[in-house]
Ligand binder design. Sequence first.
Ligand code: ZN
Length: 334
Amino acid sequence: MNLSPEMKKQLEEQKKQCVFCKLISGEMKPKTVFEDSTTIAMLDIYPAVKGHTLFMLKEHYPIAPYIPPEDSTHLFGLLPHITKAVMGGIVSTGCNIFIANGGVAGQQAPHFLIHILPREGGDGFFHFFFDKRKAVMPDDKKGLFVTNFPAMMAAHFKRSPAVWHTGSGERSERLKEIASKNTFLYEDEKVLVVVPAKGLVEGHIEVYSKEQEKDFGKLSGESGAHLFAVASMAASALFEGMGAQGTNLIVKSGNSDDNSHGGLVMHVLARFADDSLKDIHWQPKQATYNMDSLQSKIKDKTWNIKVEKVAVSEVRALKPHHDEIKKAIEKMYG
Ligand SMILES: [Zn+2]
């Protein structure tokens, strides 16, 4: 994207202070479990759960809208494979993916990154326990999303006719039920998007994969990239429609104490400085396991991850307008 000279200067200053840039450059030593020319995955030294891994681009981008579409597609296309490897390394039954866009959403460092949290029964992690939902999106807002979200998707695909996002495709029994009980926003052959009847907050959107019912790690690269492209749109819609100051993207997948049915779903949540979602943030704590041994176990699974070619149409579809980026940044960093 085209950054103004002031923005470029600000970014350069940020980079000098960035702990992840220091880890990536080798100034500090990361517990790397995967890397290629543009991405790197490393163990979090203050893990929320055993095997907590951070996956990011080597280049410093503070938030998602800064990221060039090609890099975004590459990162999210690799994500299911990295997740599968991390889960394999600790033999876990489920996983969460967590992304914080903005300080109010729990973003700790200005280097955009993805948290991969492998999950096991009895792991004691209940920050994403979403069963008590009470919030309802107001009807006028809901109406706005019902009209505007499909139009947003159509506009993006119109800018770049995407061959594989045309039909509505089939719905499984599970997705038929989900579509009937919640407010339908959008679907294509890979995803279904709804506003849940009862949400965690008023600005809550759910994205379901049509390819996998439970296992995020089994998604193809193309489907992983598409799932996050659609979720990013949903996050943009929450910025616009709800005036959100930040957003969280949280994937639940497979079995854990807070996801007993094991279903795969992506939650997109609007965040505000004074909201009721503080419980989703965990406190950093020292690892209670041998990190070096875990590092080598995960590396045993990542060494043969192949970089897939993701459809160019998706790359073009992801390209945000400069205005959208500017707006998002202004909202997050004043
Ligand atoms: Zn950085």
